[in-house]
Design a protein around this ligand. Sequence first.
Ligand SMILES: [Mg+2]
Length: 225
Amino acid sequence: MPICFDLDGTLGHFSSGFVLLREALGGLWGITPTVEELGRCGGSTDWEIVDTLHQLRFGRSLDETDYAAYEAACLARFREAFAPGAREATAFRGVLEGMHQLAATHRVWLVSGNAPGLLAFKAKVLGIDPAIHRLGSLPRHDRADLLRLAIRNCPGPHLYVGDRPHDLAAAQAAGMPFVGIGEGVPGNHPILDPGVLAEHLVAAVETALGTVPSGPSGERDEPFI
Ligand SMILES: [Mg+2]
């Protein structure tokens, strides 16, 4: 019964993340990808985004070596930007506390679009228990693929908690019910404020776990705040 959580925007946020991604690639590739080029990236994982930018820059797809270089460069930029005394990440304390409470009785995963090294760094900054499984962006996998990997060989029900339409779309593609955090993912599913209390997050997840989705066009629980 994996309960999967997205990270950015769901458990907290790291400001200027896409600026740091572009700067990291600029240092590697000699030319910083533009905001317009970033906007042409359709995927929601680091592999998908950097692969698209790589094709725009070099005319060929990313490979594992390119991806490892990106991951190391981006991690270095984040370590620098979020060093003690520099920028601070914002943690959604109630969501984080609720996730840890759920982890005491359920299998809980972080399933994020961040490259694995970056996900590990962000999880540590947010104080996430190392015992909680982490699954970051893998080569040639989209977010729905990552969710399928997290729930593979595990009995249901499963659930994904996220903050963006691409999280909802991935949950639907993987056949998982969904709980939204914030106003960025409207729909007919539970929606919680980022400042939610831990017990309300736990209650919403437990309720949604008892809901069997009937498909993208089917009926779901009424949304609530
Ligand atoms: Mg997110």
